[in-house]
Design a protein around this ligand. Structure first.
Ligand SMILES: [Fe+2]
Length: 257
């Protein structure tokens, strides 16, 4: 039967929406409660919606009973502190699974490439229902930072780099695309990540905000790119050697954000 997916994401696996005027809203991400949660890079997370409405970040499939990344339960204490973020996550009217703010410490390009991963949003998702994709709303004004998207983790051909000023809004099929963020700066970057179920509501939202898969490539000097490729290869080799020494196969971290 297959999953219900958005035509707008079919070709490239992502769309960029109109920018949001972040300057009008208070910095709610500084008021909510964070938990340590190892993701790709040096991160913490502040959940707004979780499996059972508690302040934790585990995948819904790790709860009992296990379920897919849908029907997240809003956390009252967090929503009270971040009403604008909750409103924005609910604006499409699509089903929301996990919804959380990620805090990412500065991450150079090579580390970002090492962090490239695919999400697991559609584990246990019943065939014939909506495919889970994720919204990314950049909250801080990270003009020197960019999202990296690849079809193949170790192949830079076709790499997409999207700038992350405040108000940048993306929707990404994060189970299809390898993704991570290069964060150049001295302060943490904050981004609201929401799992949405594909369907007519999300399609209408994408249309309303002029979703496009045409992007302006964030320019990075060639020497920085090549240093990054080498760093990714070096770190991958080090990880493989570590697991080989333990008699295990190196496994890629399947993680959030
Ligand atoms: Fe992710």
């Amino acid at each position: 039967m297959g999953y219900i997916k958005s035509a707008a994401l079919e070709e490239k696996g992502f769309v960029i929406l109109d920018s949001y005027d972040q300057s009008l809203d208070p910095k709610e991400w500084l008021d909510i409660e964070y938990v340590d949660w190892k993701s790709s890079g040096d991160t913490r997370f502040a959940p707004l919606a979780s499996a059972k409405g508690e302040i934790e970040c585990n995948g819904f499939w790790n709860h009992k009973p296990p379920r897919t990344d849908k029907d997240g339960v809003w956390i009252d204490s967090q929503v009270a502190k971040a009403p604008n973020l909750a409103r924005r996550a609910q604006e499409p009217g699509a089903n929301v699974g996990r919804c959380r703010v990620i805090e990412l410490q500065p991450t150079p390009y090579g580390d970002c490439l090492y962090n490239l991963h695919q999400d697991d949003n559609n584990r246990l998702n019943p065939d014939g229902t909506g495919w889970v994709v994720r919204g990314f709303f950049n909250l801080t004004d990270d003009k020197d930072s960019f999202f990296v998207l690849r079809e193949n983790r170790t192949d830079p051909q076709g790499e997409v780099r999207i700038a992350l000023p405040a108000g940048a809004q993306l929707i990404i099929d994060t189970q299809r695309l390898w993704h991570a963020t290069t964060h150049n700066g001295t302060e943490p970057r904050y981004n609201l990540i929401t799992s949405w179920t594909s369907g007519p509501e999300l399609d209408a939202y994408i249309e309303k905000y002029h979703g496009t898969d045409q992007h302006e490539q964030f320019e990075v000097p060639q020497d920085v790119l090549e240093h990054g490729y080498a760093e990714q290869a070096r770190k991958d080799a080090a990880r493989a050697a570590y697991y080989a020494a333990k008699g295990q196969q190196a496994k890629l971290a399947m993680s959030e954000a």
